[in-house]
Design a protein around this ligand. Structure first.
Ligand code: ZN
Length: 508
């Protein structure tokens, strides 16, 4: 007797259909599983056998063969337990085969037959819909997530016996998904109006967000760098539906999608500690899981105390920052995860934190060089805006909070600048000014005669590199967009130049 069940595997950000074949025939009693299986899939044999037994099904003393195909895809994860159990029951004639048509089944089972949740349900159901599969049978706990995709019937099951009853003809009763409200702590409001003073840093931050430029703050401890970074989520533009689905898939694969009953609404803000490993940042494992750079996709990756990160850890970000995705090559294949993030970094200028204030800083010149040298030139090259955050002065400290501009107001300007960019780049695949390729500089960052003369002076005076020169133009483009003008004016260029001179001051 033979049967076939459809299930799925998550591969990178996408999901692929996998078929489970079961064959029960006369011969020596063995239970065999084949089809390029990882160790946890091989272990399914014992779980399924015991679970079936505990649910009252005794396997006959026959030859049972399970095959998972296509054979060229490495099967990993624990979601195959349930489809394997169902395939065996169908091959034994316990379940009618036509009950399994146009149906996808995924889930882990415990020894007692309870169905356990699996990761990556969102990409699995999205794929099922694309493939025209009518019904997905999934663990009850995953129901909230599965229901985010409409147009597919979802059955949430709690145990194997319940499922076999349904497949034998019992009517499925719609279950209420589990919803967990966002906690108070997650939705706490941090506002730019909390920050007194630091007007230039706040302004630079606004420009960075508006054009999605990578952003670095240098200053002594206690100057509010972290506070400013933490308030960036409050001024980010909203996500489109496609962006929400894409980022929700990443969180689904990591088992981190909050069960709120909606796709992720807010752009991610990730701030991994400086002890993070390369795998933690870039993604890793035998079957790689997304790392922090992918969890920050379409949002912000904040690295506080930048020189404290291992140099090798920081270096892995270089390629993804260019390609906006990371490719993790393993024996089982190449896994792609998107990694299109805005880098925000903060650092002290030296070990004590007070350089170049020589009244406070006693660090030796060589130590300062070494400290700053932990940030490599190629990484610095990928940062468009660099700003000093000085210690706050007394007058600013005692300023009334009501006088500070709230995040909502800043966000309005950011959104206006973002929509100017959308208008400009329609159909080009470019989203933000920071992404303008060198060949299109003349088209998008055209300069008038006066402006060209000014930039020529700056080019010579500051001994700019070509890359540095282009960066000034891109940032000036964003400043002009915030200003609401198409023409890039001298004051825009001037402000952009100010964001470039700091790396010269500290690193050259
Ligand atoms: Zn120092």
């Amino acid at each position: 007797m033979y049967s076939i069940v459809t299930t799925a595997i998550v591969y990178g950000l996408e999901s692929r259909c996998i078929r489970v074949e079961a064959d029960v025939s006369n011969g020596l009693p063995v239970f065999e599983m084949v089809g390029f299986l990882s160790s946890e899939v091989k272990e399914a044999k014992e779980r399924v056998r015991t679970a079936l037994h505990n649910c009252g099904y005794t396997l006959p003393a026959k030859r049972i063969t399970i095959n998972l195909f296509p054979a060229n895809v490495k099967k990993s994860g624990t979601g195959f337990d349930l489809p394997i159990a169902v395939a065996i029951l169908a091959a034994l004639g316990e379940i009618e085969k036509n009950a399994l048509e146009e149906t996808l089944i995924a889930g882990e089972i415990s020894l007692s037959g309870q169905v356990q949740p699996v990761q990556g349900v969102l990409p699995i159901v999205a794929m099922a819909k694309e493939q025209g599969i009518k019904r997905c049978i999934l663990p009850y706990v995953n129901l909230t997530e599965a229901k985010l995709i409409d147009g597919v019937t979802i059955w949430g099951v709690k145990n194997l016996l319940e499922l076999t009853a349904y497949l034998k003809g019992k009517t499925y009763i719609e279950k209420e998904p589990i919803y967990i409200e966002e906690t108070e702590q997650n939705s706490k409001k941090e506002d730019f109006s909390d920050i007194n003073g630091q007007e230039t840093v706040k302004r630079a931050c606004e420009v960075a967000v508006a054009g999605r430029h990578n952003f670095l703050m240098i200053g002594p401890p206690g100057s509010g760098k972290t506070m400013i970074a933490q308030r960036i989520p409050g001024i980010l533009p909203p996500m489109t539906k496609e962006e929400q689905l894409e980022i929700s898939k990443i969180y689904s694969i990591c088992g981190m999608l909050p069960q709120t009953g909606t796709l992720l609404q807010k752009r991610p803000f990730r701030s991994p500690h400086h002890t993070i490993s390369i795998n933690g940042l870039a993604g890793g494992g035998m079957i790689p899981k997304p790392g922090e750079i992918s969890l920050a996709h379409k949002g912000v990756l904040f690295l506080d105390e930048l020189p404290e990160y291992k140099k090798s850890t920081l270096e892995v970000m270089r390629q993804p920052m260019e390609d906006r995705e990371i490719v993790l090559v393993r024996q089982a294949g190449a896994y792609r995860y998107p990694a299109d993030f805005m880098l925000v970094a903060a650092m002290n200028p030296c070990n004590c934190g007070y350089y170049p204030d020589r009244n406070k800083c006693n660090c030796r010149e060589a130590d300062i060089r070494r400290y700053l040298g932990r940030i490599s030139k190629p990484l610095l090259d990928r940062i468009d805006i660099c700003i000093e955050s000085p210690l706050i002065c007394y007058d600013d400290l005692t300023k009334r909070k009501e006088k500070n501009e709230p995040s909502a107001q800043i966000r309005e300007r950011v959104m206006a600048a973002v929509s100017r960019q959308q208008e400009r780049f329609r159909g080009t695949g470019i989203l933000y000014n920071s992404e303008i390729p060198s060949k299109d500089m003349e088209t998008y960052c055209h300069l008038g005669e006066k402006q060209k003369k000014y930039m020529k002076e700056m080019y010579q005076k500051l001994e700019l590199s070509v890359r540095g020169y282009y960066k000034i133009l891109k940032v000036a483009r964003t400043i002009a967009d915030l200003d609401g003008t198409e023409e890039i004016e001298i004051r825009h260029l001037n402000e952009a130049v100010c964001y470039r001179i700091l790396d010269k001051k500290y690193w050259e």
